[in-house]
Design a protein around this ligand. Structure first.
Ligand code: AMP
Ligand code: MG
Length: 330
């Protein structure tokens, strides 16, 4: 199969919608990362997403809809705080988990009785979803466990020859996956941190919990139980620059090509080293993280990460992805 990278306009939107209605998978731009979408009502199409990615069947997908789509038929309960959160943050990088009405394919929810719904703000995503005019079930458009894609080229690198179409909306401005928020209880609870932060949610909803998986418990957000976002090269992670320099020098002495991924303040103290500079602000770090992880795996034999200093807000999401990419237990 030939994989075409095309702009999200005109005939390409019609083609994308036709592919979706025919049970094919289409990759599309969003403001967070690229998604790999299929008709959420179509069992076989949803299963195709899992097999294309090599994704475990119990890791659920997110139902993506355009802002005009009536989600009331997809969900079974809608607490008042959820309405307030939708008004404050949608369309945008917030995925909300509701009790499912069971209307979409059961494969979307990966065996759970809940459904995750997202309304992206990216004009490219909205144009695609309007053309399809049905819920599009999608995870990130990367092979399972690999780094999430934030350009059409990243998607192509993982799926060339396997999907017919990638709708290219440019680089993703957000850079990390959406915040996933459980809206099935009396108080909303963050299942996955992202650009809509705990602080922002608490301000609108009055309170916001953060889910932490307990030992031996079935995870509420199964994706969080899997190794994720991994670059395909050796990695090491350090709290401070001194240890990172020693690891770098040792790799050089072995004849390897090491590379250090760190925030801008650390990069300034590492002149002469091969660096991937994440930037200085949390938003910059989110935007660059996956770009630089993919860059690092191409050019380094050993990718060395250094812990950024800033905490709270968007850093919750950045640190979660960074730690998981480097296999750091938290
Ligand atoms: P991805 O964006 O590729 O990481 O895939 C979607 C993620 O959304 C999954 O890994 C889960 O963490 C989360 N998710 C999707 N549906 C649900 C759900 N019903 N309950 C909890 N989390 C969900
Ligand atoms: Mg993913």
């Amino acid at each position: 199969m030939q994989t075409v990278i095309a702009p999200p306009e005109g005939e390409w939107l019609e083609k994308a919608a036709a592919y979706i209605r025919a049970g094919e998978a289409v990759a599309f731009h969003t403001e967070t990362v690229y998604g790999l979408g299929a008709n959420a009502f179509d069992d076989a199409a949803v299963r195709k997403i899992f097999s294309l990615k090599g994704r475990p069947a119990d890791n659920p997908l997110i139902a993506h809809v355009h802002p005009g789509y009536d989600i009331s038929r997809l969900i079974d309960a809608d607490p008042p705080y959820a309405r307030a959160l939708r008004e404050a943050f949608l369309p945008g990088p917030l995925t909300m988990v509701y009790p499912s009405s069971g209307k979409v394919s059961a494969y979307v929810s990966g065996g759970l009785l809940t459904l995750a719904v997202r309304v992206p703000s990216s004009p490219a995503a909205q144009a695609f979803l309007r053309a399809a005019d049905l819920p599009v079930a999608a995870p990130s458009a990367n092979l399972s466990k690999h780094v999430s894609p934030v350009t059409a080229r990243h998607v192509y690198d993982d799926f060339a020859g396997k999907i017919p179409l990638i709708l290219d909306g440019g680089a993703c401005s957000g850079g990390i996956e959406s915040t996933v928020l459980d809206c099935t209880g009396p108080v909303p609870q963050i299942l996955r941190a992202g650009l809509v932060t705990r602080e922002m949610i608490a301000e609108v909803a009055g309170a916001c919990g953060v889910y932490r998986m307990r030992e031996g418990e079935k995870p509420k957000s199964p994706g969080m139980a899997y190794k994720h976002y991994s670059p395909r090269c050796a990695t090491q992670f350090f709290a401070a620059c001194g240890e990172a320099k020693r690891a770098y020098d040792a790799e050089k002495a072995r004849g390897g090509s090491p590379c250090i991924l760190c925030e801008h303040a650390a990069a300034e103290t590492l002149a002469g080293y091969d660096l991937l500079d994440l930037g200085g602000t949390p938003a910059e770090m989110a935007q660059r993280l996956y770009v630089l992880l993919r860059e690092g795996e191409k050019r380094a034999t050993l990718l060395i990460g250094i812990e950024p200093k800033e905490r709270g807000g968007v850093m919750d999401g950045v640190l979660n992805r960074l730690h998981r990419a480097f296999g750091v237990e938290t």
